[in-house]
Design a protein around this ligand. Sequence first.
Ligand SMILES: Nc1nc2c(ncn2[C@@H]2O[C@H](COP(=O)(O)OP(=O)(O)O)[C@@H](O)[C@H]2O)c(=O)[nH]1
Ligand SMILES: [Mg+2]
Ligand SMILES: [Zn+2]
Length: 299
Amino acid sequence: MSVATFDARVIAAFGRHLLVREASGRSLKARPFGRGLGAVCGDEVRCRNDPHHGEVHVLEVLPRRTALYRSNARGGGEAVLANLTRLLVIIAPLPPPDPFVADRYLAAAESAGIAATPVLNKSELGIDAALRTQLEVYATAGYEYLTVSAATGEGIDALLATCAGQVAALVGQSGVGKSSLVHQLAPGAEAEVGSLMRDEEGRHTTTVSRLYELAGGGQLIDSPGVRDFAPAIDRLDPRHLGFIEIARLAASCRFLDCRHMREPGCAVRQAVEVGLMDPRRYESYRRLRRLAEELTARW
Ligand SMILES: Nc1nc2c(ncn2[C@@H]2O[C@H](COP(=O)(O)OP(=O)(O)O)[C@@H](O)[C@H]2O)c(=O)[nH]1
Ligand SMILES: [Mg+2]
Ligand SMILES: [Zn+2]
């Protein structure tokens, strides 16, 4: 007996508990059929109704157009979100921003071919000199940043325009306001998915990424907050690790395989020395480069 298959989109993933949305718009609980089948939020998957248990089985993850990868505990890369076209890296005056986390998300996006936009939320709290500098540094590097407030609604229209027709994911430290922004951008979405995604004790799970439909077309993914983010090293472009200003400068380095650390004739280090590249961004690059070397040395 052959059982018809159908394609669906993973709209939430909590370990092996998946929520998929089929073409009709219906959301169904599903689980991967077979070990080693790792589906993440945003994946397109081929499914089958298991006639015996009334379950939906995910048989296959369809080829990903893009994916955001992080390093797992063993130093290997694992996909966390799939098929993104835009990464919104959310920062805020509170909790105290860690610019290295934002830089690492930006680097991972660049290396994955995903457009990235830094977004400052909670703008109504005021932007101090340090934060203003961080934003200007992004602008100089080549990022167009947005300033918004989920609390007052400031900048929400511009953010919505940035997300139109995209598969956009919000990432960033815990507490920066990702879920609040999703609420503003896709009102009513939370209630729809919330009832379907509960853990074994029946509580709503808060540690999953969730995909919502935008009224004007496109999708938005809310992701759990993080304390740190380590991109998958082997997914980063070895020439610049995803730092867009270094990608531009590297063309002028003396050596093609310059790592921009201690090499003679390094245009990147020179740019830092004369104030053409931000020293903090460069420090961020150096930390990531050292992390890359530690992970490669270990394996
Ligand atoms: N003042 C202010 N607080 C905000 C804003 N957006 C979110 N918050 C608050 O920040 C806290 C964390 O928000 P949440 O959306 O859960 O952050 P997440 O962890 O990034 O999803 C909550 O107390 C929100 O009410 C904002 O624009 N201004
Ligand atoms: Mg949240
Ligand atoms: Zn160099």
